[in-house]
Design a protein around this ligand. Sequence first.
Ligand code: BGC
Length: 765
Amino acid sequence: MKRLLIVALSLGILSLSAQVKSSVSEDPKMDKFINDLMKKMTIEEKIGQLNLPSSGDITTGQAKSSNIADKIKKGQVGGLFNIKGVEKIKDVQRVAVEESRLKIPLIFGMDVIHGYETVFPIPLGLSCSWDMAAIEQSARVAAVEASADGICWTFSPMVDISRDPRWGRVSEGNGEDPYLGGQIAKAMVRGYQGIGDKAYSSNNQIMACVKHYALYGAGEAGRDYNTVDMSRQRMFNEYMYPYQAAVEAGVGSAMASFNEVDGIPATANKWLMTDVLRKQWGFSGFVVTDYTGISEMIDHGIGNLQTVSARALKAGIDMDMVSEGFLTTLKKSYDEGKVTEAEINAACRRILEAKYKLGLFADPYKYCDVNRAKKEIYTNEHRAVARKIASESFVLLKNANKTLPLKKEGTIALVGPLANSGSNMPGTWSVAVNLDKPKSLLDGLKSVAGNSASIVYAKGSNLTADQALEERATMFGRSLGRDDRTEEDLRNEALEIAKNADVIVAALGESSEFSGESSSRTGIGIPDVQQRLLKELLKTGKPVVLVLFTGRPMTLTWEDENVPAILNVWFGGSEAAEAIGDVLFGDVNPSGKLTTTFPQNIGQVPLFYNHKNTGRPLGEGKWFEKFRSNYLDVSNEPLYPFGYGLSYTTFDYSDVKLTSTTIDANGELTASVTVTNNGTVDGSEVVQLYIRDLVGSVTRPVKELKGFDKVFIKAGESKIIDFKINSEMLKFYNYDLQYVFEPGEFEVMIGGNSRDVKSARFTLN
Ligand code: BGC
C-alpha cells in the first residue's frame, strides 16, 4: 500500500476558510457605479432585478409569464429570455430604459446551445471532434449571430457528465469524461465571452452560463429530472470538474440544476451554490435557476413558495427563472425577517454587475444594432465553418471491405425515414434555426455527388410503428410527418428502388426530438420498424451503409454484426446534409471519436471506461468466470468503447517511450509514441493519453483520460506525439476530499481509443 503521505495538499473541500476568495470586485469604477445605483433602489426594485420571465416566443418549459411589459415598467424584471428578434428586443429594452423609474437595462438570454441560425452539431457530436479550436470557433460564431439578433446571454455550455444513454439530455453534453468535458467547457466559454479582460469588449461577445449545476446527468435510471445521490468522492473525482473548468475560464453565470444533491434540491443547496461554487472555486458571477426551479421545490417537498424562495436566496441563487417566487414572496420574507437586506443586495449586485460587465449601462442598445442582423446571421462563411465542423463530429463505427467511401457514380438508393427531412438535421435545442433552411440528406448527397451519380429515394418506413410514442416525443418539437401507407407498402417501395442500385444508404435511427429535454427512453435501439426495413435491405445482397442519426449512444449489436458500414452522424446541424455527403464520398476523411461508451445492450448501463476494478475483476480477455464481476448473458465489454472511431486510413502505434521511469513532485517526464498513417489517404487521428494510479489510499479507476492530441498525418508518414506528465495531473480527491497526489507506481497508456492502448510504467517519488 502506498504511503499515505500527502505530498501536495491543494486546497481541499474541508479546508474552506483558506480558500474564500474576496467578494470585493476588482473594478472600483463598477463598484462605485453600482453602489450609487443601489442607494437609489427600493427593496422592491432590488427584488425586481432578480426576476427573469420568459417572453414565450420559444417554448422550453411548461409555465408561462404574464403582463411582462407592465412589470418592466414597474421595475419588476431583471431580464427576459426566449425572445427572438433584434427589433423586438430593442423595443422591450426601450421600455426598460425609458419607462421604468431607474432606467436599468434588461439582460436578454436564450438557449443558444450549438449555434444560432447557423447550427453546429449537437454538443455530444461536437465533443466527438476532440477539436478544441473548432469547438471554440462554433461558440464564437454562435455568439456573433445571437448578438446580432439582440441576445447578450446564452444558457450554454451544458457540461453535465452523463453515463446513462437513456437520458435524453446526453445529447446536450460532452459525454462521459470529466477531463475532456472540462477542456470543452473552457473552449466554449472563451468562444462566447472572449478571454479575461477582453471579455465582452465587443458587441459580438456574449455572457455564457455553465449548466446545470450540479450533477443533472446522474439522475437515477436516466429518467429526466430524477433524483441524484452519490458520494462526494465520486462527485469531485468524476462529475464536478467541467463546472469548475468553466469557472476557471471566467464564465459569467451559472444555472442551478433541477435535481437534488444530498437530499436538497440544487436550487436551495447552500453547500453547492455558496461553499463550493463561490468560496472554493472563486466564482464571481451570478446564478440563475433553471426554468421554474424555485417553484418546483414545492413538489420536491421542502416548503411552500415563500419558504422555497427564501431558501433559494439564502443558498446563493441570484435570479429566478419563471417561478416569480422571488418577485411575489421575498418582500414578505424580508418584512418577516426571514431574509435580510444584505442577502437581497448581494443577489441584486451580481445581476447589476453582469449588466455592467456586458456594457449595458454604457449602452443599453449595445446588442441592438438592427443592421448586424441582416449581415451577420447565417452567412456563407458561418455555414462553411459549420459544415467543416460537422464533418469532424461524425464517427465511423464500422467499415468492412472498404464499403466507404462511396464513389460519385452509378446509382445510390437512399432509403429511410430520416433521409428526406431538412428540419430534422439541426437536432434538439436549436431554437433559433429557420427550419426551412437546412437541406435534407437527399439534397445534400445530390449536391456533393454532382451529376455523375444518380440518387434515388424512398422513405421505406415511418420512424416508429408506435404513433403515440412519436407524438409524445414531438409534443413541443418537430414531427417528421407520418406516411399512412402500410409498413409493407413503404418497405416494398424501398426494395424496388434498391434492386437496381449499386449501393444502399439507409438513413435510420432517432429523429431529433427523441433526445433532448424530457426525452428519456428505456430502449435505445433503432426502432423495430426501421430494423425490419434494414434487414430486408440487407437481404438484397447489395452493400448497405447505415447512416445513423442519434442524440445518444444506441445499442447496435445486431447492426454491427450484419451491416458492412456504419457512420454515426448524430444531428450535425444546419449544414449536416452536405457534411455527411463530404464524408460518405470521401472528400473528408472521418476523424470523430466517441466521447461516450456504446453498450452492447441496455442492461449494461451505466457502462463507462473509467470504472473501478472491484475486488473480483474479470481476467483479461475473458467473457465469464464464476464468482467474478460479470454477467451470464453478455460480456463486460462495450460494443464501441470511449475514444473509438475509424478512419478511411489506419494508424499504427509504436510502444510508449518514457524519458524517465521516475519523477518527483516537482518533476516532469515525457511519454511519447510514434503514430504512423499506414494507409493510402491522409487523415487525422486523436491520440489519447490515459493514466492509471496503480495503488491508492482509496480505489482508483482502471484508467483516466489525462491528455489528447488531434494530429493530421499524411498517408505513409509518421509523427512523434509527446505528452508531458507531472504530479499535478496525478491528483485526485482522497477520502477526506483533499486534492492530492500520492507517491507510487503509475501506468501510462496511449492509443487511438480507451481499449486499444500501449503502456509503460513510472514511479512518482
Ligand atoms: C432547461 C434549461 C434551459 C431552460 C431555459 C430548461 O427547461 O433545463 O437547460 O436553459 O429551460 O430554456
